[in-house]
Design a protein. Structure first.
Length: 207
């Protein structure tokens, strides 16, 4: 996950300076007033840090597939989530992102972005923890898919690991763009074909 300086504004500033005869420093003047304060050590390839709203803990994404927690200035030994057995790690591949639901404190929902170890996907599309009633088999499961392959998978988060993992046998909808949720907690899959699918129990009649 690369983050860079916006090129156009910088070029524009240099262009204006060149056109007006203004002198532009090649290197900014060094000043004091800021320092780097160590917070935690011992992480493996940390590439992203975030925190849920109102939560004092820091959650750090380790690229090999773990999410670590820093609490009260201490790195906790047990990971918040360990997906190392699912993540393909190396170069720009790995566990690449984490996002918390705005109401994480009450619903426990969070979303991850990672590269699948088995090579049958190209971009994991995070979904939701299923809270509906139409598909009892998905109750409490985090549902996700892959943009290219269009498969549907789920797992349940317990302790610091993904358990109860399932690969659901569905008719592949083509590239998957996103998921959505209605007021009743039912989930929807949004495909690049322009079709919106509702997740339903196998054998259930279409309403």
């Amino acid at each position: 996950m690369r983050r860079g300086w916006p090129a156009l504004p910088v070029l524009a500033v240099f262009g204006i300076a060149a056109g007006t005869g203004l002198k532009v420093r090649e290197r900014p003047q060094e000043v004091e007033g800021v320092r780097l304060q160590p917070v935690a050590k011992g992480l493996v390839a940390p590439l992203y840090l975030t925190a849920p709203p109102g939560d004092p803990r820091l959650f750090v994404v380790e690229q090999p597939g773990r999410i670590r927690v820093i609490r009260d200035g201490r790195l906790l030994p047990a990971p918040f989530l360990d997906l190392t057995d699912k993540v393909s790690y190396g170069g720009e591949r790995g566990l690449l992102g984490l996002a918390f639901h705005p109401r994480f404190a009450t619903n426990g929902r969070f979303y991850v972005n990672y590269t699948d170890r088995h090579g049958d996907g190209c971009a994991i599309v995070g979904g939701f923890v299923y809270r509906g009633r139409a598909v009892p088999a998905l109750a409490g499961q985090y549902v996700y898919s892959d943009y290219c392959s269009g498969w549907l998978r789920s797992f349940r988060y317990e302790g610091a690991a993904a358990v109860d993992r399932h690969a659901w046998r569905i008719a592949r909808p083509g590239p998957v763009l996103s998921f959505g949720e209605d007021a009743a907690g039912e989930l929807y899959l949004l495909a690049a074909s322009g079709t919106v699918y509702r997740l339903a129990a196998a054998g259930a009649t279409t309403r």
